[in-house]
Write a protein that binds this ligand. Structure first.
Ligand code: SAM
Length: 240
């Protein structure tokens, strides 16, 4: 649908009628050719905010998918880069695609839930890209708690999110219409596929992070155009 090597409309429909885990297992071999994969320019610009190569001991990428961010994290880390994802299919692709990734840090691929991360104070950097739409709004405090728990004191959580969009933009109404259709789909069909737009946006993300004891720094000009213009921001939340 998006690229000759990407999924067809029928394949996307099948994936959308599955659970999140099964849907991504099915999508994994073609995921790199979809717009759901975070673009290189966004990852590069975000992770440039972290500091020089080797400046971090160990990092965790939550909802790592096919490992797009892990490729940029590896040279930043001295010890280990862990990717965690619900979908074993996505993790298998990540392992394959990162076989030649530059850097020395050990790479680990762990199947797990972002809401129940199985570590405690082990990482000095946590990242997550393109995946907050899979976390229900009522579960966002649990996500923030989970990330707080795995970070060492002083560790940073780096991610991209958006400013609250203007209701005058057509994209706002398209996103709202998509969310309404997804709610209908999930009311009528099981298993649910959790995927909603306009979630964990800045005002709410900041409030949740600050309530959990993070210091929140929003970098307004870190991303290239047109992303900055559309209100996307890099956020660096530091565990106090
Ligand atoms: C749109 S992809 C983004 C992948 C990658 N971070 C990127 O930016 O290209 C979303 C990923 O989140 C994973 N995911 C969704 N819900 C999750 C959860 N609760 N815990 C862990 N991974 C999850 C999916 O399996 C999928 O690989």
């Amino acid at each position: 649908m998006f690229h000759p090597k990407g999924p067809s409309f029928v394949e996307l429909l099948q994936q959308g009628l599955s659970s999140v885990e099964r849907g991504y297992d099915l999508l994994a071999p073609k995921f790199e050719y979809t717009p759901f994969r975070t673009p290189e320019s966004l990852l590069k610009a975000s992770l440039e905010q972290v500091g020089p190569p080797g400046g971090v001991q160990s990092a965790l990428d939550v909802c790592c998918g096919t490992g797009a961010a892990m490729r940029y994290l590896r040279p930043l880390c001295r010890q280990r880069v862990v990717g965690v994802d619900l979908s074993q299919g996505m993790l298998d692709e990540a392992r394959r695609l990162l076989a030649d990734a530059p850097g020395e840090a050990a790479l680990e691929f762990v199947r797990g839930d972002a809401l129940a991360l199985p570590w405690r104070e082990e990482f000095d950097l946590v990242t997550s890209f393109g995946a907050f739409g899979h976390i229900l709004e009522e579960d966002e405090p649990r996500l923030v708690d989970a990330i707080h728990r795995v970070l060492r004191p002083g560790g940073r959580f780096v991610f991209i999110t958006g400013e609250e969009p203007s209701a005058l933009r057509p994209g706002y109404w398209m996103a709202r219409a998509f969310n309404a259709a997804m709610r209908v789909r999930n009311a009528l069909w099981s298993p649910p596929f959790v995927m909603y737009y306009l979630t964990f946006l800045l005002p709410r993300a900041r409030a949740l992070l600050e309530a959990r004891g993070f210091g929140v720094d929003v970098r307004r000009d870190a991303l290239p155009e047109p992303y900055s213009h559309y209100g996307l921001r890099v956020v660096i939340a530091t565990r106090r």
